[in-house]
Design a protein around this ligand. Sequence first.
Ligand code: CO
Ligand code: CO
Ligand code: CO
Length: 342
Amino acid sequence: MIKLTEYSKNGGCAAKIGPGDLAGVLGQLPRTADPRLLVGIDTSDDAGVYKLSDTIALIQTVDFFTPIVDDPYLFGQIAAANSLSDVYAMGGKPLTAMNIVAFPVCKLDPGVLLTILQGGQDKVIEAGAVIVGGHSIHDDEPKYGLSVTGIAHPDKILTNAGAKPGDVLLITKAIGTGVLTMAARADMFPEGVAAAIRSMVKLNKAAAQVMDRFTIHACTDITGFGLLGHLREMAIASNVSMDIDTKTLPLLPEAKEAAEMGLVPASAYNNRGYLTSVTFASTVPEYIRDLCYDPQTSGGLLMSVPEDIAAQLLSDLKQAGIEESAIIGRAFNKKGGEIYVC
Ligand code: CO
Ligand code: CO
Ligand code: CO
């Protein structure tokens, strides 16, 4: 069987770049002011949003990465679920998608690519969207992902900037796909690896449908910057601080054991290095800290919601089959986007 992940040079996960690296370069470009641009690149949000009319806003996002699993069909599904997620995180509905492909045609059977694309296409169909095209290049290292376009009502766009003091914070998937991807490469913790794959191929569609019935103040999805990185982005954009209780944090099976064994991706250390303004209580064990920084692929939604709807929202999410959903903390009135973890 092909070891697809052996073709990815940068380890289990796509290289994640902290603020000050790539984002710093992009930030030097002059902005083009346009009143129709509702969400641009300034607030580290999941997708760009452009107002087409008073009732329709266009949501656009793109993501692609190197293989994180060996099975080409699963890799395609995971990449597509991950790309589609940014539209759900904005409160939108995906409509169209375009494939982005880099593939070593001289080294790998073209059938492998076909299987990757089939996995992606099946997820796009499950999302109710359609693939309209794409672009492929020859490359030593396979890469796959999609550019996804969706729509939402301009007044219903969920950014990461709307969290309010007193809000309750919820997540919809368990944490640990980074460490378990490392475990897969080491041929360890098969039960945890299988659970991580099930989690990564799962669309955030059902969670987004439940979310649509409630007043949500802010939303994003948890991906490469890990739980703390995405909490921090939301806290900064919303100008609040946050308390996180790791005792309520849903973890994938064997994520604890994998983290304790040191199967921690390099980008988790990058996340730890650049994330300041995070304070851990001395009682938080080291493996939990690692998992708080663990880069997620196709992670769950992170929502900031009014306290009075939180219990009903959580119960509806569980009823919709999103069992890992959990309340993990709250936002409070302190500027600077500080995160306190106990
Ligand atoms: Co995102
Ligand atoms: Co993204
Ligand atoms: Co959002």
